[in-house]
Design a protein around this ligand. Structure first.
Ligand SMILES: Cc1cc2nc3c(=O)[nH]c(=O)nc-3n(C[C@H](O)[C@H](O)[C@H](O)COP(=O)(O)OP(=O)(O)OC[C@H]3O[C@@H](n4cnc5c(N)ncnc54)[C@H](O)[C@@H]3O)c2cc1C
Length: 263
């Protein structure tokens, strides 16, 4: 089975984000990056399918040179190879352009299933997987919390969480499935895995090699033009109520009534 997994490099959610001088993007100078956490579930799902059916897991990423680290992490988990789409012309690409670029790369590869994360923790749109499925002309199931693939019957069955319950869905494969966090428990890269990942093949692609016009990607090719970004207002310092428990509880109730006005 040929399994493709789309992986995105994102800022580590544990770090404090600062904005750049123009307040239109984040200041990336002091950021540490990780594999988008939802993509780790997608990689794990891909590895489990390979263990069941054989074949190969290929990771696909679009991002600058540093996104190679993301591929190496997935390769260390056990994926076989990577495709890295990197080109200065991609700067400022919005969600649809991102999906078009990924689709152009994927169209040149054999695939039975395409796995994505449900959402990327930085831009947070959740649009790339469904857009990719549309562009590839195949069905999709978003936010899968379970996934079974029947390679012989060429179908995938997944569960999605919906308001107050669960929905089971079946699609013919090839299909795009986006992974919710309950899908599995992603494995950690092993030390031998980390060593092997250094020499696993990564195919470098740019916009021209995907047969795309540079003016159709990046900020120029994007319908979404950023107006500005802002950070949430700084939280006010907390207040510690001193004293015995009974008196402190009374003071807390008074503050909640008189100042916070929630009682
Ligand atoms: C203003 C702006 C500027 C941008 N500038 C750049 C830039 O300079 N360079 C650049 O490379 N991108 C750039 N992007 C693209 C951006 O980082 C996202 O990749 C894109 O907008 C997808 O949106 P999302 O992260 O919300 O994806 P979501 O739809 O939330 O992601 C869902 C899943 O789709 C897959 N996916 C998403 N993005 C990628 C990816 N890049 N590679 C592989 N799989 C992916 C992953 O499986 C992910 O879990 C820019 C976007 C905007 C809006």
């Amino acid at each position: 089975m040929n399994i493709l997994v789309c992986v995105k490099q994102v800022p580590d959610t544990a770090i404090a984000i600062k904005l750049d001088a123009e307040q239109k993007s984040i200041d990336r100078s002091e950021i540490t990056y990780v594999v988008n956490p939802f993509d780790e579930y997608a990689i794990e799902a891909g590895l489990q399918l390979k263990e069941k059916y054989g074949g190969e897991v290929t990771l696909v990423t679009m991002g600058p040179d540093r996104a190679d680290e993301t591929l190496r992490t997935g390769l260390a988990m056990g994926a076989d190879k990577g495709v890295h789409i990197s080109d200065p012309a991609l700067e400022g690409s919005d969600t649809l352009v991102t999906a078009k670029v990924l689709a152009a790369a994927i169209k040149g590869l054999p695939y039975d299933i395409v796995l994505c994360g449900k959402v990327a923790t930085d831009d947070n749109t959740g649009q790339v997987g469904p857009a990719l499925a549309e562009l590839l002309g195949i069905p999709h199931i978003s936010g899968a919390t379970t996934l079974e693939v029947d390679d012989a019957a060429k179908k995938a069955t997944a569960t999605r969480e919906v308001e107050g319950g669960f929905m089971r869905m079946e699609v013919p494969i090839p299909a795009v499935i986006t992974a919710e966090k309950d899908l599995n428990a992603p494995r950690y890269p092993s030390l031998p895995g980390i060593m092997k990942a250094k020499t696993k093949p990564v195919d470098k692609k740019d916009v021209a090699s995907l047969g795309m016009d540079p003016s159709s990607v990046g900020l120029a090719g994007s319908k979404i033009q950023p107006m500005g970004m802002s950070l949430p207002p700084e939280r006010e310092a907390g207040r510690i109520i001193e004293g015995e428990a009974e008196e402190a509880a009374k003071e807390l109730a008074r503050l909640l009534r008189a100042e916070v006005k929630i009682l």
